[in-house]
Design a binder for this molecule. Structure first.
Ligand SMILES: [Fe+2]
Length: 327
């Protein structure tokens, strides 16, 4: 089978290469120097791609009971997370509730649940259509499409979302398809694109998100930060394809790199598309994802439990890819 990312049209991607190359000189030199180590060599990149292809061919692990994973199930899930920063699971158990999702997370070292304003007291959110209250302000709680993003891209650094779990309790009658892309794969594509300076995305002021105001109340303060950074040698990404609530730094190098991100997200054969059925879920290190619009009926309403964490998922496997980021 051909490796699908060989079809990604890196060199012919339409862009203004002249201006992008010229703009490299505008990147803050200290930023460049501090990030020079974040390169994958060709062998590591090809290993990553080959492993990712294996994941795309078999992304789902069948699990009997998410509250008590067997060693074999845990290994199968961990192996996928190790190579793709995400895994899907499927259980026949239709009694899954918030506590079951939290118990699943604990088996991967996830304990610090992010208590966002739309979550229940236990930190788990019922992502479903909610009209007429605070939730209705936010697109996840409507039936509209959600564009590409990572969760919590607007959070302060000490509340960064490193992982999340989605569990589908009920699906609508149409739509609601999820699409996901490992941000490490995107990073590799950007790194191998000679017409952009991917290091510009490490700038500490790459973008800003205005404060979240509700009437006169500030629910969240303004955030300014990088698209990419590394925490404990692991690559972390903040991104939103929405243009309304994000202020991109106007340095040409950054704008050109962001244009490249949009291109790869919209033209990549590397994404994983899945319409979650009841009993299916996703465990991920907050990879890029989006959701298509959906339609509910009177007695069949899409309901997804979501738990976001400030913890990283346990590193159960030896990973050459994470270590390569530190070289
Ligand atoms: Fe999300």
């Amino acid at each position: 089978m051909d490796i699908p990312w060989r079809d990604v049209d890196i060199n012919n991607r339409k862009r203004d290469s002249e201006s992008s190359i010229a703009s490299r000189t505008e990147v803050d030199e200290s930023t460049r120097q501090s990030n020079d180590h974040r390169h994958w060599d060709q062998q590591t990149w090809h290993e990553k791609c080959a492993a990712y292809e294996r994941f795309l061919n078999a992304p789902i692990v069948d699990v009997e009971n998410i509250r008590y994973l067997t060693k074999q199930e845990h290994c199968a899930l961990s192996a996928r997370i190790d190579v793709a920063n995400m895994t899907l699971y499927r259980t026949p158990d239709m009694t899954i509730d918030h506590q079951a999702v939290l118990t699943l997370g604990e088996q991967f070292g996830l304990r610090n649940v992010e208590h966002n304003i739309c979550a229940d007291d236990d930190g788990v959110s019922d992502v479903t259509v909610k009209n007429g209250d605070r939730h209705g302000r936010y697109i996840p709680y409507t039936s509209r499409q959600l564009s590409w993003h990572t969760d919590g891209y607007y959070n302060a650094d000490d509340r960064a979302i490193k992982s999340f779990i989605l569990h589908c309790s009920e699906q609508g009658i149409h739509g609601g398809e999820n699409e996901l892309l490992d941000h490490e794969i995107l990073f590799g594509l950007l790194q191998h694109d000679n017409n952009i300076d991917h290091q510009s995305l490490f700038a500490h002021d790459a973008f800003a998100i205005p404060a979240n105001m509700d009437g006169g109340e500030e629910l969240r303060e303004r955030y300014v930060g990088p698209v990419f950074n590394t925490v404990d040698n692991r690559l972390h990404m903040r991104f939103s394809a929405r243009s309304r609530n994000i202020e991109w730094n106007t340095r040409p190098a950054i704008l050109t790199a962001v244009e490249a991100i949009r291109y790869y997200l919209n033209h990549s054969p590397l994404t994983l598309k899945i319409r979650l059925e009841p009993g299916m879920g996703i465990i991920t290190r907050n990879v890029l994802h989006r959701r298509s619009a959906f339609v509910d009926s009177h007695d069949q309403r899409r309901l997804v439990f979501r738990a976001r964490y400030r913890d990283d998922i346990y590193d159960q496997q030896l990973s050459g890819f994470r270590d390569a980021l530190a070289k």
